[in-house]
Write a protein that binds this ligand. Structure first.
Ligand code: SAM
Length: 256
């Protein structure tokens, strides 16, 4: 059982299930509809304890889960939401001990999910071009995970190159991932996985145009991400084309 400490982010959950997010400070006060709750009543107590405000309203004090934290934490760049974080870990095949290169760090949501999955024996290297985002992300990560020894943040433009190969996994969440493909070919270890998060259809098209001719001839396999949707769309198109042909054929028969 872990006790609550100054600096911890805590969610106060009411009986109606409402959540109020606070960061514990010695001498701090949580104000709630004219009621007060002293942070000192929580500090040093076990997580999950039930507390009362000055007028007797009950709350349970819980550390947020990662999914709860990423939607409430301060943001620089737009974060990846929990449902997609889970999918990315699966499609990028992140495993304990992996060396993962990520870009960009944004607000740090994906970085935290990666750090948890690679564990203490793995490491995450994150490239970012904006210092303010890198700073914000590192504060968020520190707030949730505490000090980490297996995260390296570099102020690097990944479109210009990758200096940290070979890596096991390359995970991208930035506007033009196709610009990274030529560097990925040499930075990824043979059998490594390249995963990119594409936020719109135009990017998807551009990415596919780039990847096809650059796919390495051997060794540096690109484990391409989830293609189920694209394949389904292509199959549906084929089915549609086929149905139109059949219909045309049927119409033509009586005319002949
Ligand atoms: C959508 S945000 C990433 C959000 C992050 N995955 C998260 O969950 O919080 C995109 C980030 O990529 C960074 N970026 C854009 N182009 C880049 C580049 N060429 N090299 C490195 N980082 C880049 C941006 O500054 C921004 O922080």
């Amino acid at each position: 059982m872990t006790t609550l400490r100054p600096g911890d982010r805590v969610h106060l959950v009411s009986r109606k299930g409402r959540r109020y997010s606070i960061v514990l400070q010695k001498g701090g006060v949580f104000q709630f509809s004219g009621e007060r709750l002293l942070h000192d009543d929580l500090i040093g107590q076990p997580e999950g304890l039930s507390v009362q405000t000055s007028r007797g309203t009950h709350f349970i004090a819980l550390r947020p889960t990662l999914a709860e934290y990423v939607v409430k934490m301060p943001r620089g760049a737009q974060v990846i939401y929990p449902k997609d974080l889970g999918l990315i870990l699966m499609w990028a095949d992140i495993y304990p001990g992996a060396k993962v290169l990520e870009a960009g760090i944004g607000s740090g949501a994906l970085t935290m999910a990666l750090l948890r999955s690679v564990g203490e024996k793995g490491c995450v290297i994150s490239y970012e071009i904006r210092e303010d985002f890198a700073k914000r992300a590192q504060e968020n990560i520190n707030q949730f995970l505490g000090p980490t020894t297996n995260l390296i943040v570099r102020m690097n433009n990944i479109y210009e190159g990758i200096e940290d190969g070979p890596v096991d996994r390359l995970v991208l969440d930035l506007p033009e991932p196709w610009q990274v493909v030529p560097h990925a070919v040499t930075a990824l270890r043979p059998g490594g996985v390249f995963h990119r998060n594409l936020r719109d259809a135009a990017s998807n098209l551009e990415y596919r145009r780039t990847v096809r001719p650059s796919r390495p001839p051997d060794g540096g396999t690109f484990g391409l991400p989830h293609r189920g949707k694209a394949n389904r769309a292509r199959r549906n198109n084929l089915i549609r084309v086929f149905l139109i042909s059949v219909r045309t054929f049927l119409i033509l028969i009586p005319m002949n």
